[in-house]
Write a protein that binds this ligand. Structure first.
Ligand code: GAP
Length: 471
């Protein structure tokens, strides 16, 4: 397989199942990610983001949107419907061919994705006369399993009424392609330009696995970048670089990324170039994003199936054509998982009493961290400290997500914030009240998560200083 390193060093990669278990447990304990319908035994392949997970996801999506749409003149956004028309997905080829190979075990009836079977999966256990017996699964012939969730719309009683059939979209891309002409006409963009979208996608994965990595409901952050065919290959390389830089900016270094230059025979038939950007997850090096040159396959399909003229007209060159497209398609949930895995750290520290303790810390970039600042009065019984802490909370919360905490020893409050990745904590203490003299009056302790260093900062200077730090 042709692959190269984005920066990943050459030391051999090893999986770390224990780290993964710790991360899954922290995600539940601290309110990042819960199994959907946990109360009822769980809905397989579906996940709910708790208070901190929702903030983290919002930070990622907002940053992606800012960098990929707001700060670029050549990209506009859209937000398509989740329910997709059958005709759109027939044209795109999803109705006919969006499937994975599936096999069943004839004995235990377990279902496997044929191209992803691990030998250890193939064990079925039966109870015979009260005893558990294990044997190898006996597999059926492979068959194609369409991954789309199909549903019925409206009150039509006719099962064959094509207008009553709809699908939960398996990718956000197809609404971009099918709205290409409307967006072009309404935004008056000129080639090259892109249409970006963030939204839910649904695939009835045969074996959802590795926490949120392979889910049945997930979110994508996709761009279709339309261009002249002569420029496509160069733009594909440019987009790869843009996307690698993006991951660095959010806290995933190149040393943890791997680029797979997908070889002939493994790319989609219409693609002359596809890069997979992969991340070294604790369970293996796996895809985060694809950067694919899709030729003008999708627009050609939609033009043919709809019978409508959707070509682009280049006035200067007097040329009418169906643009080609480069598609950077990222998984939002996979990026969140990579951010958490990358941030997760445990370090040993010796406390004041000489005892060695383990500090769990999520080293998120401040821009991604769900909580930016923890705010603590040193003593919750001290009314003046509490009053100042609440005032600071009120002022900062208009600009960033903060967390007020007055419960327990301050050291424990720091640890609780370390564990959820809060980059800064403020403590309002007796010095703030002026008990050590005027010099420290109206100052607070600002504690840095990573270095654990503390500095005194005037209350008046907190907002501008923190805004700079969390940018
Ligand atoms: N429009 C192109 C497209 O959808 P894809 O490689 O099938 O391409 C793009 O999906 C990205 O969506 C993947 O790189 C991955 O990050 C994310 N993704 C795909 N299937 C997923 C799943 N079952 N669970 C979570 N994320 C998924």
């Amino acid at each position: 397989m042709v692959s190269f390193l984005a920066g990943m060093n050459n030391t051999k990669f090893t999986t770390d199942p224990q780290k993964m278990e710790e991360i899954v447990s922290l995600c539940k304990r601290r309110g990042f990610i819960f199994q959907s319908a946990d109360l009822y035994g769980g809905l397989n392949g579906c996940w709910d983001y708790g208070p901190l997970g929702a903030e983290l996801k919002r930070n990622l999506k907002d940053y992606w949107w800012r960098k990929m749409v707001q700060e670029r003149e050549d990209i506009v956004g859209m937000d398509g419907s989740i329910l997709n028309h059958q005709a759109v997905l027939t044209a795109s080829g999803h109705v006919g061919g969006f499937s994975d190979p599936m096999v069943d075990c004839k004995i235990c009836k377990k279902r496997y994705r044929a191209d992803q079977i691990e030998p250890e999966d193939l064990i079925c256990s039966e109870k015979k006369q009260g005893k558990k017996e294990e044997r190898l699964c006996e597999l059926t012939e492979e068959k194609d399993f369409n991954l789309m969730f199909k549903t019925k719309m409206g009150a039509s009683a006719d099962d064959n009424d094509p207008n009553a059939v709809a699908y939960l979209r398996p990718e956000t891309a197809q609404s971009i392609f099918s709205q290409f002409k409307n967006v072009l006409d309404s935004s008056r963009q000129k080639i090259p330009f892109g249409i970006a979208q963030i939204g839910k996608a649904f695939r009835n994965e045969i074996n959802p696995r590795n926490f949120t990595f392979r889910s049945r409901e997930f979110e994508q952050m996709e761009i279709e970048y339309f261009c002249h065919p002569d420029d496509a290959l160069a733009l594909c390389d440019e987009w790869l670089e843009t996307r690698l830089s993006f991951y660095e900016e959010i806290g995933i270094p190149r040393t943890q990324l791997h680029v797979l230059d997908v070889p002939d025979g493994e790319r989609a038939h219409y693609s002359a170039k596809t890069y997979d950007i992969e991340y070294a997850f604790p369970f293996g090096i796996q895809e985060l994003e694809g950067v694919a040159y899709r030729s003008n396959y999708d627009l050609t399909q939609h033009k043919t199936h709809s019978g409508k003229p959707i070509e682009y007209f280049d006035e200067q060159a007097g040329e009418r054509y169906l643009p080609h497209v480069i598609e950077p398609s990222a998984g939002c949930d996979r990026t969140i998982l990579a951010l958490i895995c990358e941030a997760y750290d445990q370090e040993e520290l010796t406390n004041d009493k000489g005892k060695v303790e383990t500090r769990t810390v999520l080293r998120f970039k401040p821009s991604m961290a769900p909580i930016k600042v923890g705010i603590f009065p040193l003593l919750k019984k001290n009314a003046e400290q509490v009053k100042i802490a609440k005032e600071i909370e009120r002022e900062l919360s208009a600009y960033m997500n903060v967390f007020y905490d007055e419960a327990g020893a301050v050291g424990r409050r720091y640890r609780r914030q370390d564990e959820v990745g809060t980059p800064y904590c403020l403590t309002i203490d007796f010095d703030t009240l002026g008990e050590s003299g005027d010099e420290l009056k109206n100052t607070v302790t600002l504690r840095h998560r990573d270095s654990m260093e503390q500095e005194r900062v005037a209350i008046d200077e907190l907002l501008p200083k923190l805004l700079k730090l969390i940018k």
